[in-house]
Design a protein around this ligand. Structure first.
Ligand SMILES: [Zn+2]
Length: 200
């Protein structure tokens, strides 16, 4: 199975045909897609002005989409490396690791679905790297009451997500599933209550 970097080289290969280069970018999304494959593709296409169904997109736009994805991937991998290093140190010092953030990391290692958008058409509009920086800042500070990406406070618990965990608090402003470790207990309880109001 080709890795992200060799796929990225294929996306940039001017001698390849455009359908193959586009296909290679989509394969990159199987390795790294913060919103999930479909929502991240939708995001990149809208950012660079490609029709998601266009089999032969403008090469400069396709490469711009890859650039954005690569920048975001670098941000995320740097965070993961730092996280792993910290955990190793804590283990060495005999500190018990807090459960919820580790559990969350196990499900998102490598950066797939870290800001899962269950509806592929609803996701943040900022550059992916910026969204991930905000998410990481949220993971690194004390839990709060709002979405770390858009500061939205309308969170509604949703079930049957096409992702693990299959339920969680969804930000109704930007569309991401907010990682549970960034929210306080009361914000999580509030999201569950909002769910009951919606379904009542
Ligand atoms: Zn949000």
């Amino acid at each position: 199975m080709a890795g992200f970097r060799s796929l990225a080289r294929q996306v940039r290969d001017p001698l390849s045909d455009m359908a193959l280069r586009r296909y290679s970018l989509r394969k990159c999304l199987e390795r790294f897609a913060p919103y999930g494959h479909r929502a991240t593709w939708d995001h990149l296409c809208s950012r660079v002005g490609i029709d998601p169904e266009d089999r032969s997109p403008d090469p400069a736009r396709l490469v711009a989409a890859l650039d954005e994805l690569e920048e975001a991937r670098a941000v995320w991998l740097a965070y993961e490396a730092q996280f792993a290093e910290r955990r190793k140190r804590e283990k060495h010092d005999g500190l018990r690791s807090p459960g919820s953030i580790d559990d969350w990391h196990r499900l998102t290692w490598g950066g797939c679905g870290v800001a899962w958008c269950d509806n592929p058409g609803v996701h943040p509009h900022e550059p992916l790297a910026e969204v991930l920086r905000r998410l990481i800042a949220g993971l690194e500070r004390e839990p709060g009451d709002c979405c770390p990406v858009c500061d939205g406070t309308q969170l509604v618990w949703k079930f049957g997500l096409a992702h693990e965990p299959s339920s969680g608090p969804v930000c109704t402003s930007c569309g991401i599933v907010v990682p549970r470790p960034v929210l306080t207990r009361s914000a999580l309880a509030e999201a569950r209550r909002a769910r009951l109001l919606v379904s009542a």
